[in-house]
Ligand binder design. Structure first.
Ligand code: SME
Length: 166
């Protein structure tokens, strides 16, 4: 997939985000189904960066919980709850959570014992969190500011498209 995306192995992470950003529109513009688009986003990110787990948790407004959405990687927890874990922290605070060492994060929910570092970004629509994008790496301290910047651009796109999609 990296090859088909035109990504050379030596590309820096920042360059990869620049390459990806020009492809999101073509990838997401033609398909109106939200789940289909979230599934492809997870697949593209997983293949482009080789992370352990990439996926979405969607806000279940009826139950006031996070429920597992489209993802790539090993089996994951299906439900997450307010006040517990990195995803819930992004949901509760509406802030990006960059966790260099998951073992140092109190309440971290270990869906996979291999995860060492984690990045979670909220998808905010009309001031309300509707989902979070969760990215797990087996490498401690793997996430850098380039990831936050690159993913924030994707979050803006998601926020704008969320209600347009079915
Ligand atoms: N570690 C997350 C749970 C989700 S899994 O990593 C896929 C958390 O603490 O919320």
């Amino acid at each position: 997939m990296a090859e088909s995306l035109g990504l050379s192995p030596e590309s820096s992470r920042r360059e990869r985000y620049a390459e990806l950003s020009s492809r999101w529109e073509a990838l997401l513009g033609a398909e109106p189904n939200r789940v289909a688009n979230l599934a492809n986003i997870a697949a593209v990110l997983k293949e482009a960066f080789g992370w352990h787990w990439v996926g979405f948790y969607l806000v279940d407004f009826e139950r006031d919980e996070l429920v597992l959405g489209p993802f790539q990687g090993p089996l994951a927890c299906t439900r997450l709850f307010h006040g517990k874990g990195v995803c819930a922290a992004a949901w509760d605070t509406k802030e990006v959570q960059l966790v260099p060492d998951v073992h140092a994060f109190e309440g971290h929910v270990a869906c996979s014992s291999l995860t060492a570092s984690e990045l979670v970004l909220p998808v905010v629509v009309n001031g309300q969190v509707v989902a979070v994008l969760d990215i797990d790496s087996v490498t401690p301290g793997d996430f850098i500011s380039a990831d936050v910047e690159g993913m924030n651009a994707l979050m803006d796109l998601l926020s704008n498209q969320w209600l347009v999609w079915e």
